[in-house]
Design a protein around this ligand. Structure first.
Ligand code: F6P
Length: 581
């Protein structure tokens, strides 16, 4: 390397602050902006199907309102983005609200805005006069205004209302055009989030795709026959932007009328689509039954496999690192050391904390009612359900390294099913295993610097050396299994693993993943909610030998090591001791 790179202190990076969808704070920085999906960058050593991922995919959602489509779409987007695919949701409801009343819509408003300013415009739409009163408000994220009736009452969805139907079709196709433009500009997986509930609409989408090269299509239909889930979804819908400020009962009545209108025109996917040889899958009752037709592509099979494993049970995924190990105390990475005395104390406190916390979670889940929509996404619980008094089961998963297995030694095996899983082993540092960061920086400055420059893709040299991108692939099965099982799990794992797992659950971009500050001594609890996972965080305080809850939103901090050019031959400054903990 002709130029020497120097690592500067972490703070003041000129990064811009943003917020994750779940409220956690991260910092947007161009430093690691690598837009190539890493599936393509992997060296698999055999010409396997992953090269298929060069194809682009359009996922077209199908289904009546209140069938969980948006829930599926958000989850799917989070998973595919975590896997390294450029994925984006194109929601037709948002555009419909922009379209205004039946007489107002005059074509795409956002799609005509140049790409550079589009994001800004979408985040902060210009104020508009309310259609119903004199106040100004910003569309599409706020409704006409509080107190005004919905812009699109159930009549707008009446299949016999020709004018409204034409607008709805036009809006759906405009959004589809945006979606295609985004794919042409480098996107990889685009999701059309709409009801697409008629054969005619689906026909139009199929025809439009025919002129696009290398773009595959997968219909995903969500069907729900469980009245409890539908009723719950309807209640959630009455809080959507269509109904803000409206009496909940009036909103619900309107939404139910809208639903009846949709039901009149709805046709499930079937022969018409099969004749056109398209790929589709039907997810019935949140994955209880799954029908896959003609699913052939690599990306498509990833999608179907993931969707097959969803469930809505209330549960928590707890993530923590092991207690301090002897290697941590010496600042050595990797290895297979035992716990240091401080780590043993943490292990004992962790068992006590999870016993207590998990019982509290069970009581909270039992106490939830249908009206408490902000709590979790779940089926209604019936008061006479005998299972209600059963303690919530919880599994404990560790890696196969001593420091995690020793961390769970105080857990009662009668109450916790303990599993040791090799995929949860720490990122493998190849020939640098057992070294300190200082030793690597001193003896292998080029390697050290290369990792600072692109930590996500950097693969440690030597047999078995891994990158974060490798770790994501290693954890793919673990994630699908975590989605499949119906009860809570505590994962006792390592720093890179905890980063990778949390970035999946909390939807943190992969480019930020390796820089998340996740010190020893924290427990992160992710609870599924209708719009994503809700994060709670506890910190172990040695002085009181117990855990205290801290603010979840600020817990997932990102610390970017600053990398800058310096004079050739200069030795990079060494990381602070905190970097090794
Ligand atoms: O230092 C603890 C540790 O778990 C190491 O074993 C591992 O190599 C490292 O953290 C991962 O963190 P980073 O990717 O920031 O080096």
């Amino acid at each position: 390397m002709s130029e020497r790179l120097r690592r500067l202190p972490y703070e003041d990076l000129g990064a811009t602050e943003g917020s994750s969808p779940m409220g956690g704070v991260f910092f947007d920085t161009p430093r690691f902006a690598n837009s190539v999906p890493f599936f393509r960058l992997q060296r698999f050593g055999h010409g396997d199907a992953r090269t298929e991922s060069d194809h682009k995919l359009v996922v077209v959602m199908v289904g009546l309102p209140a069938r969980g489509k948006s829930y599926i779409v958000k989850k799917l987007k989070r998973y595919l983005s975590w896997l390294g695919f450029q994925t984006k949701i194109f929601n037709v409801g948002d555009r419909r609200r922009l379209a205004g009343s039946t007489d107002e819509y005059d074509g795409p408003t956002i799609s005509t805005i140049p790409a550079s300013s589009q994001k800004q415009q979408q985040q902060r739409p210009a104020p508009r006069q309310c259609a119903k009163c004199d106040s100004e408000h910003r569309l599409p994220h706020t409704p006409p205004c509080r107190g005004c009736e919905t812009r699109h009452s159930s009549d707008f969805f009446d299949p016999d209302n020709a004018k409204a139907r034409q607008i709805r079709e036009q809006v759906a196709m405009d959004v589809f055009e945006d979606l295609l433009r985004w794919l042409q500009a480098g996107g990889q997986i685009a999701i059309h989030d709409a009801t697409n509930s008629t054969v005619e609409r689906r026909d139009a989408l199929i025809s439009r795709l025919q002129s696009e090269e290398d773009v595959n299509l997968l219909f995903v239909e969500s069907i729900c026959t469980d009245a409890d889930i539908i009723n719950r979804n309807i209640r959630l819908k009455t809080r959507s932007p269509d109904y803000v400020g409206m009496d909940p009962e009036v909103a619900e009545a309107d939404f139910r009328a809208r639903l009846r209108n949709y039901e009149r025109a709805y046709r499930t996917i079937g022969e018409a689509e099969e004749r056109l040889d398209v790929q589709y899958c039907k997810i019935i009752d949140v994955g209880k039954k799954v029908i896959a037709y003609n699913v052939q592509g690599f990306l498509e099979s990833q999608v179907v496999f993931y969707l097959m494993n969803m469930n809505l049970e209330p549960r928590v995924i707890y993530i923590t690192r092991h207690g301090e190990s002897e290697d941590n105390a010496l600042g050595r990475i990797g290895g297979d050391a035992s716990l240091a005395p401080a780590g043993v104390r943490y292990a004992q406190a962790l068992a006590r904390f999870i016993d207590r916390r998990h019982a509290e979670f069970g009581a909270e889940a039992r106490g939830r009612t249908m009206e408490d929509d902000n709590s979790t996404i779940t089926r209604e619980r019936h008061p006479n359900n005998d299972d209600d008094d059963e303690p919530q089961p919880c599994e404990v998963w560790t890696s196969m390294l001593k420091r995690t297995m020793e961390t769970v030694e105080s857990f009662d095996p009668q109450r916790y099913h303990i599993k040791n899983i090799r995929s949860l082993n720490e990122i493998y540092a190849g020939r640098f295993e057992g070294m300190t960061y200082a030793e690597i920086a001193r003896n292998f400055p080029d390697e050290y610097e290369a990792r600072q420059l692109d930590k996500f893709y950097y693969r440690y040299p030597g047999i078995g050396g891994e990158s974060y991108a490798d770790v994501v692939l290693r954890l793919q099965q673990v994630i699908v299994e975590l989605e499949r099982i119906r009860h809570s799990v505590l994962l006792v794992t390592h720093r890179a693993m905890a980063r990778t797992l949390l970035s999946y659950f909390m939807d943190i971009p992969t480019t930020h993943m390796p820089d998340m500050e996740l010190p020893l001594g924290y427990v992160y609890a992710c609870e599924p909610r209708p719009f994503g996972n809700f994060l709670r965080v506890w910190r172990y305080v040695p002085e009181i030998d117990d855990f205290v809850e801290i603010d979840g939103a600020s817990a997932l901090k990102i610390r970017y090591p600053r990398v800058a050019l310096s004079d050739p031959g200069a030795t990079p400054p060494l990381p602070s001791p905190a970097d090794t903990a």
